[in-house]
Design a protein around this ligand. Structure first.
Ligand code: G3H
Ligand code: ZN
Length: 298
């Protein structure tokens, strides 16, 4: 049986990062798994399947767990599952009971001391339920929507003055006893429609990593320049989240179906034939991202 803690350790030793991909449906799940398998030539490439609270509601915790468990058994592949951005204790607790490997305890909208208090409390209760569970705490607000944006949401912490401070990260980690931390370091959820996403503060990532000495997670991977992702990994990032990229890919696949495939195949009504198109679009994006994160040749 594979262990997420072991895979994270391995990633840090090898200067690589584990890809975390959010899914909304089974086609997207299939796209991610196919990508991972296709790249596992010399060594098995680990992957984390992420579900936000709304994605969990749409698919169902027990239903996705049954899928993940059976995929692990059949493929013997390091596939992990993360309950992403749990905004309430109840949501986090439900995910632990369902069997998720890791939980993102997201109190990032709260003021600093309240975030510490709430995260510490939730972490300790969740660890009591399952001592093996991996808990990620969030410090700094990076927005909430994995979508296309006209502008950077006003409350997102992007500037050098507003991003996560090293001293705060240290206090947060010491007091909450989380296993991993996701700081705000210039990253943001979603992709800007008409501009490039802001640059990452690589120096700050390195400083936080050296001080807290636990793995760092980078949210908002979509729209981040490839060179910055590579630098972030060298500076201490062990897991990178992608969602908007996959949502765009899936929708592009659906658009292709409607605009090209159906007009050319008017009698085709069998979903398992045509849904290969959006699944394949997701697979392509995941392959590209995993190659970057895992330092695999193109
Ligand atoms: O937790 C989800 C990720 O942080 C996704 O961010 O949609 O910008 O890739 P993204
Ligand atoms: Zn996120």
């Amino acid at each position: 049986m594979f262990s997420l803690a072991e895979e994270i350790k391995k990633a840090q030793e090898n200067n690589t990062a584990i890809g975390h991909f959010n899914i909304s449906n089974l086609e997207m799940l299939k796209g991610v798994i196919l990508a991972t398998q296709e790249l596992s030539i010399d060594e098995k490439v680990p992957v984390i399947i992420g579900l936000s609270e709304n994605e969990r509601k749409y698919i169902g915790d027990n239903q996705i767990m049954a899928f993940i468990k059976s995929l692990r058994e059949e493929t013997n592949h390091p596939i992990f599952i993360n309950a992403d951005h749990c905004k309430s204790y109840e949501s986090a607790e439900k995910a632990v009971h369902a069997g998720y490997d890791s939980i993102v305890v997201d109190n990032s909208k709260l003021p600093f001391l309240e975030n510490i208090k709430a995260t510490k409390k939730t972490t300790s209760i969740l660890k009591n339920i399952n001592p093996e569970i991996i808990i990620e705490g969030e410090l700094g607000f990076i927005g909430e929507s994995s979508t296309l944006l006209d502008k950077i949401p006003s409350e997102v912490e992007i500037t050098e003055e507003s991003i996560t401070k090293v001293i705060d990260a240290k206090k947060f980690v010491d007091e909450t006893e989380v296993d991993m931390i996701s700081p705000a370091v210039g990253n943001m959820h979603g992709i800007l429609k008409n501009f490039l996403n802001p640059n990452l503060h690589i120096k700050r990532i390195k400083e936080i990593s050296e001080e807290v000495k636990i793995p760092l997670v980078l949210h908002g991977g979509s729209g981040t320049a490839t060179e910055e992702i590579s630098e972030a990994i060298k500076s201490g990032i062990a897991i990178i989240h992608f969602s908007t990229d996959l949502r765009i890919a899936f929708k592009n696949g659906l658009t292709d179906l409607v605009e090209n495939y159906f007009p050319n195949n008017p009698n085709e009504i069998t979903p398992y034939r045509y849904m290969i198109i959006p699944t394949d679009e997701v697979k392509k994006v995941v392959i590209e991202r995993l190659k970057l994160l895992q330092n695999l040749k193109s």
